[in-house]
Ligand binder design. Structure first.
Ligand code: SF4
Length: 502
């Protein structure tokens, strides 16, 4: 046992009221896809003896990664609030600190380990606060081994499938003297009636499905988030209606691979994302978005429905990852460059004013200069409005991690630089086309750089800054664009003007 471990174990001196939970993750188990029917649970409630345990106490949740995680944080905040806790952003006074982690890239994980190390000092001074690790990293065996060996000050670890067990697990962490760990490596269920404390009242997230079955060779998500499973349309529509009644202006429908929505809903034959969007567009709410798409399941019916416009906004995030068919094949993306481009042009023809963004990985194992040039030429053909670009890094437990990571870092960096330069050129070109036009902006708050300036997004998801009274926050406003930059637009509010379809 290390000095650190001895120190923390000695400091903890609670009576051992409970049989401590210790269930560690298994990637092998998490890879399995069985034919079991998904369980839809509707019986969440806070145990009687935990309903007031947080009174006078505070919690803080630090969130890393995607919108899915942000939304999980809203659920955990809802559960903790029902237990009497109140939220704080100050770790010095928090009685419970949860790190809701992301496993998608190595540097995201390094940031979390850095934060755990930082909280170690605080734990020595204030041993009674509970430090919990949850989210995707908690589902990984390698992460759990590192925590067990190097970070014994962690009190609680739970995964993405058992957030609804937070009250019970927190109770054990409060009273047990052992580290409490419960990570389920199963394919996942759906728990419908979890409480939520939403972050803001203008834009809201609604999960439509969970998990991913695509198993792209570089990606850990199918292991950390379980199998593809869809919520029933009735539940989703009711949640969107309820947010509309509360005055929300924009909803983002969430899932790791939303285009696979409905495939598992055997009782609803051939019901897919297009059908769901066609129902949701009739709800009186100004804007509906969705993320994230996989090109493989993006079907004609969805395109047809999106082309109806209305509250379905004209922004398509369509991750391509590489412009070379051989690299796409070893990535396990199940489409070719040609199929991606066909789909891209089909959507563009149906929705001519849509903005397009994408995700690209450079330096995948064996990627040659010529193959990278295919990515560059695809970007030139698509003229994306923006792209999230990444250097490949292996994720332990994925098939790609077994391939030799054989592209030298300086080559990866040089490719990334060239790609970013190209992406930026098109982002600026697309934004410049809006100069002098009037666009509809949903005002979300003030600009981070200047509190006198309001900031929001267009339907096509571009950031617009303009001067106006704070009373406009939460409103849809027409703004004439007077300055265009690579990643944002500046404008002035106009009262009477017709808005262009961007
Ligand atoms: S579709 Fe997306 S989430 Fe699913 S495995 Fe591929 S990259 Fe990961």
């Amino acid at each position: 046992m290390s000095e650190d471990q001895k120190e923390v174990k000695q400091e903890k001196d609670y009576s051992k009221y409970f049989q401590s939970t210790f269930k560690a993750p298994s990637l092998k188990e998490a890879r399995r896809r069985r034919k079991n029917t998904i369980q839809y649970l509707n019986d969440f409630s806070i145990p009687e003896d935990m309903k007031t345990i947080g009174q006078g106490k505070q919690f803080m949740i630090q969130t890393y990664g995607c919108q899915m995680n942000e939304h999980d944080t809203e659920v955990m905040a809802g559960i903790l609030s029902e237990m009497g806790y109140t939220a704080t952003e100050d770790p010095e006074v928090a009685d419970v600190i949860l790190l809701n982690t992301c496993a998608i890239r190595e540097n995201a994980e390094n940031r979390v380990f850095g934060e755990i190390g930082h909280l170690k000092t605080m734990k020595r001074e204030r041993p009674d606060f509970i430090l919990g690790i949850c989210g995707c990293m908690a589902q990984e065996e390698s992460v759990i081994n590192t925590i067990l060996q190097k970070h014994p000050q962690v009190d609680l670890i739970f995964g993405t499938h058992n957030i609804h067990r937070l009250p019970q697990l927190l109770k054990e962490a409060l009273f047990s003297k052992e580290m409490v760990m419960e990570v389920w490596s199963k394919e996942g269920d759906i728990v419908e009636n979890l409480p939520k404390v939403r972050n803001g009242n203008i834009r809201g997230w609604v999960n439509i499905m969970y998990g991913c079955d695509k198993f792209c060779t570089y990606c850990i998500v199918p292991y950390t988030r379980g199998k593809e499973r869809s919520r029933h349309p009735k539940e989703i529509i009711e949640e969107v209606r309820s947010l509309a009644r509360q005055g929300y202006k924009e909803i983002t429908l969430l899932g790791q691979n939303v285009n696979a929505y409905g495939k598992d809903l055997k009782e609803l034959e051939n019901y897919g994302l297009g059908d769901l969007m066609d129902e949701i567009r009739k709800i009186d709410i100004p804007r509906i978005r969705f993320t994230t798409s996989h090109p493989r399941d993006f079907d004609d019916h969805l395109i047809e429905v999106l082309a109806k416009g209305g509250n379905l906004v004209e922004h398509i995030h369509l991750p391509v990852q590489s412009g070379n068919s051989d690299i796409l094949k070893i990535m396990g993306r199940s489409y070719t460059r040609e199929r991606y481009l066909d789909l891209f042009h089909k959507i563009k023809n149906a929705i001519p004013h849509a903005s397009f963004t994408t995700d690209i990985i450079v330096g995948f194992p064996n990627e040659t200069d010529e193959q990278f040039e295919d990515t560059m030429s695809l970007v030139k053909e698509c003229e994306f409005d923006g792209a999230y670009t990444f250097i490949y890094s292996p994720r332990a437990g994925t098939p790609a991690a077994k391939m030799e990571d054989n592209i030298p870092m300086e080559v990866k960096k040089e490719r990334l630089q060239r790609l970013n330069k190209l992406v930026n050129e098109f982002a600026l070109k697309k934004n410049s086309q809006l100069y002098g036009e009037v666009v509809e902006v949903l005002v979300e708050g003030t600009s981070k750089k200047n509190s006198d300036v309001l900031s929001g997004h267009t339907r096509t998801n571009k950031v617009v800054n303009f001067r106006g009274p704070k009373s406009l926050i939460g409103e849809l406003v027409n703004v004439r664009i007077t300055e265009t930059k690579t990643w944002s637009l500046t404008g002035e509010m106009v009262k009477e003007a017709s808005v262009i379809s961007e």
